[in-house]
Design a protein around this ligand. Structure first.
Ligand SMILES: Cc1ncc(COP(=O)(O)O)c(C=O)c1O
Length: 411
C-alpha cells in the first residue's frame, strides 16, 4: 500500500524503540502484548465513549477496568473513578475535584479561592503545574530531603489556610522513588487537606512488584488520608496510548469531577472527564491488555524489569557511578559520585550517538532510565557502551567535556 510506505517513510528519523535502546516515552512489554493492544484498538477505533447509551460496550469495559483498578489499589467499597486520556488528564481531574470540593469550605470560612494552593515536592510531575495553571491555583514546590523523597515536615510548614491539596508520588518520575505517603496522610488528616497520590507510573507496577517481594512504604488507598490516585494504563499497564485512570475514595468526592451544562441548542451535556469525544480504541485496548496479561503476566514483566535494574545498577557501581536515592521499581537516575567532575551529560551524548535514547535529570545532574521488560535483553550492550562513554568523557578536556549542556527537553 502506497500510503503505508509513505507513513513508514515519515518515521525515518524517529527513535527506533523496537531495538530496545530507548528508555523514555515508549514501554516495550513484548510483541505479543503490542499485537493484543493493536487488535483491540482497531476493533473499537470509531466508537465513542462520549455516548454510553450508544456504546454500552465501552461503558462496561470502563467500569470493569475501574473495578479492577480499585481492587488492585486497595480501594474501599465506596471507591469509584474513570478512564481518561492519560496521566495529565487524570491529574487535572483530581485537582479540579479538589478545588470544587474546597469551594464550599472556603465560603463557610469567608475565604475566596484567590491564593488557594497546592503543596507538592519538587519531584512531582509538572502536570500539577499545568492543572494549577488551568484551574487558577497556586503551586508551592518544596525541596526534597537528602534521600530525594518528599520532605513531610517542610511540606507541613508550607501549608496555610488556603492549601487545598497535598501531593505525593508513587513513584516520582525523576528518580523512581516512592514518597512517604503515610507521613503526608498524617498532615492531610490533621489539617483536613485533600491528598492525591500520583501513581501514574506505579499504579499498574507497584502492586505486582509488591507481590514479587519488593518492599514499598504504603502508598495506595490503604493509607487513610489518600483521597485520589492517578494510575496510567498506557505506562506500566502496557495499553495503547491514551489510557489512564483517576480513582476516588468516595462517590461524593467524585461528584466534583464532572461537568454538566444545559443551556445549549443541542440539549444538555454531562461529561465525567475533560474530553468530549472519548476514543473507544484506547478503552478497548486497555481492557484487552489487562485481560491478556492478568496478574501472572504483569508479575512476569516486573520480574524482568527488576532483574534488568539490578544488573544495570551493579554495573554502575563498577564504573564508579551512583544512583540517586534507592529506587526499587523501574525508573532510576544515576550520575557521577560526589566530588567526581565527570560530565554526565557528555556521557549521555556519547550514549545517544550510539543509539541509546533516554532522559536526564538536573540538580543533581544525571541520566534517567525508564526500564521496560525488554531491556533485560540489552543490559550487557548498554553497560559496555556506558563503560566506553564514561572513558571517553573522562579522557576529554575542554568545553565538550566540562560544559556539556543538558540535552534539550524530552519530556
Ligand atoms: C509520575 C508521573 N505523573 C504524571 C505523568 C503525566 O502522564 P502523561 O504523560 O500520560 O500525561 C507522568 C508522565 O511520565 C509521570 O511520570
Amino acid at each position: 500500500m502506497a500510503l503505508r510506505k509513505r507513513l513508514e517513510g515519515l518515521a525515518e528519523n524517529d527513535v527506533d524503540w523496537r531495538n530496545k535502546k530507548s528508555a523514555v516515552y515508549v514501554f516495550h512489554p513484548g510483541e505479543d502484548v503490542l499485537e493484543v493492544a493493536k487488535e483491540a484498538y482497531a476493533l473499537y477505533q470509531s466508537e465513542n465513549a462520549l455516548g454510553p447509551a450508544a456504546f454500552p460496550s465501552l461503558k462496561r469495559m470502563e467500569d470493569e477496568v475501574i473495578s479492577m483498578a480499585l481492587d488492585l489499589l486497595n480501594g474501599p467499597a465506596t471507591g469509584t473513578g474513570n478512564m481518561t486520556s492519560g496521566g495529565t488528564e487524570s491529574i487535572i481531574l483530581a485537582v479540579k475535584s479538589c478545588r470544587d470540593a474546597a469551594v464550599a469550605g472556603f465560603e463557610e470560612r469567608g475565604l475566596t479561592l484567590h491564593g488557594a494552593n497546592l503543596v507538592l515536592p519538587r519531584t512531582a510531575h509538572l502536570a500539577f503545574d499545568k492543572a494549577a495553571h488551568y484551574l487558577g491555583l497556586e503551586i508551592r514546590r518544596i525541596e526534597v530531603d537528602a534521600d530525594f523523597l518528599a520532605d513531610a515536615d517542610a511540606m507541613r510548614d508550607a501549608c496555610d489556610e488556603r492549601t487545598i491539596l497535598l501531593v505525593g508520588s508513587a513513584p516520582c518520575f525523576p528518580y523512581g522513588l516512592v514518597d512517604p505517603i503515610p507521613a503526608l496522610s498524617e498532615i492531610a488528616l490533621d489539617k483536613n487537606i485533600w491528598l492525591h497520590v500520583d501513581a501514574c507510573v506505579g499504579g499498574y507496577l507497584n502492586p505486582f512488584a509488591e507481590r514479587e517481594g519488593v518492599t514499598l512504604p504504603p502508598w495506595d488507598f490503604r493509607v487513610e488520608g489518600v483521597r485520589t490516585i492517578s494510575a496510567d494504563l498506557h505506562k506500566y499497564g502496557y495499553a495503547a496510548k491514551g489510557a489512564s485512570t483517576i480513582l476516588h475514595r468516595t462517590a461524593e468526592q467524585h461528584a466534583f469531577q464532572g461537568f454538566q451544562a444545559d443551556d445549549w441548542a443541542a440539549g444538555s451535556m454531562s461529561t465525567p472527564t475533560v474530553a468530549g469525544t472519548r476514543p473507544g480504541g484506547a478503552i478497548a485496548s486497555a481492557w484487552a491488555v489487562i485481560h491478556y496479561l492478568g496478574v501472572d503476566g504483569y508479575r512476569e514483566r516486573i520480574r524482568r524489569i527488576l532483574r534488568a535494574r539490578e544488573r544495570i545498577t551493579a554495573g554502575f557501581a563498577e564504573l564508579g557511578l551512583a544512583v540517586h536515592g534507592e529506587p526499587r521499581l523501574a525508573l532510576l537516575a544515576f550520575g557521577a559520585t560526589k566530588g567526581d567532575d565527570l560530565s554526565i551529560f557528555r556521557v549521555w551524548k556519547v550514549l545517544h550517538d550510539r543509539g541509546w535514547f533516554s532522559g536526564i535529570v538536573q540538580n543533581p545532574d544525571g541520566i534517567h532510565l525508564m526500564l521496560s521488560p525488554s531491556h533485560e535483553e540489552v543490559v550487557d550492550d548498554y553497560l559496555s557502551d556506558l563503560g566506553d562513554a564514561v572513558a571517553i568523557a573522562r579522557s576529554e578536556t575542554g568545553d565538550a567535556a566540562t560544559h556539556a549542556a543538558a540535552p534539550t527537553r524530552y519530556a
